[in-house]
Design a protein around this ligand. Sequence first.
Ligand code: NIG
Ligand code: FE
Length: 394
Amino acid sequence: MPEAPTSLSLTNIAALVTNDPAQGDGSPLGIVENAALVIEDGKVAWVGPGHRAPAADETYDAGGRAAIPGFVDSHSHLLYAGDRTQEFNARMSGRPYTAGGIRTTVQATREATDEALAANLEAHLREMRAQGTTTVETKSGYGLSPEHEARALRVAAESGVDEVTYLGAHIVPPEYAADPDGYTALVAGEMLKACAPYVRWVDVFCEEGAFDEDRSRAILLAGKAEGLIPRVHANQLTHGPGVQLAVEVGAASADHCTHLSDADVDALANSTTVATLLPGCEFSTRAVYPDARRLLEAGVTVALSTDCNPGSSYTSSMPFCIAIAVREMNMTPDQALWSATAGGAQALRRTDVGRLTPGSRADLALLDAPSHVHLSYRPGVPLVAAVWREGVRV
Ligand code: NIG
Ligand code: FE
């Protein structure tokens, strides 16, 4: 790992997105034009107009590019082995996506060594960082036994992942097919005890074919009793009770939110639960996109994330998700960038990332573009030119 210099000044930034409305243009993105940013000890020490920048030990000329906070990818499933190319191929020929595909990955993951799991995780983290992501959440859910869930989460806890989530309740594994209540008791009991030391969050796939409302509630409340904070895979494939349950248990986020009633939107708007939208999933399953504008107009806090997993959304690219959210989900380029940075931070209850203000973690991406709008204006173009995480060039 290269050492960070004591202080580094990034100068000549055409447009710096701070996500602090007190800065620059006063918009939610707090954009400072012709800006500089000073990093000290891995944190942002100063932001403002370039001509007022304080001296620093070293200088980096941003060359008139735009700079944004590093993306906060608050939902991914990177603790897996194997491949589902065939399933994707079949789906693109007309087969529907179902939760059952998860079983293929469970088998491959159980057969993988710890080293193989760790190497796969690291490869995806490198891929994410190269595309501007500096904070990553990932979850278990392909082990589905106390032993396999705990070892996957240990691998994650020992890696560079920022946030780790226990998803023993992804599907009911084949050996419990006839006894979903028995599996629920295992997830809420012995498996939870084995996994809790490695995680901050508990998640449930609340969906037809996965976990119903009562089983989901039992698992989330058991996780809470163990000191974990809930998040929920909610209303992905059908309209169901997931969003209401997420709000009821005080979840940090309800993720997917593809099929929402007006009552669901109201419940989210009157809660602290963030709606995390995962456009890669609708893209890769040929599903209908959620309407982000409906949520935003109701006052719901929206996050954007990749949901990177081998089944429903095998992309690690936040810029790709931003471009789809703008084109297909009625977000403005500003809203999409905010949701992919500050929104993700809120979904993870983090105040140190997702913004570039004095004291926050020095996590940023330089874009080969004069403005962040190019992230959706130039879809599919690799615009991320350089990335710093905790003040260190990635
Ligand atoms: O978020 N919905 C449940 N879990 C994942 C899909 C996992 C898979 O297909 O392997 C999701 O889409
Ligand atoms: Fe997911």
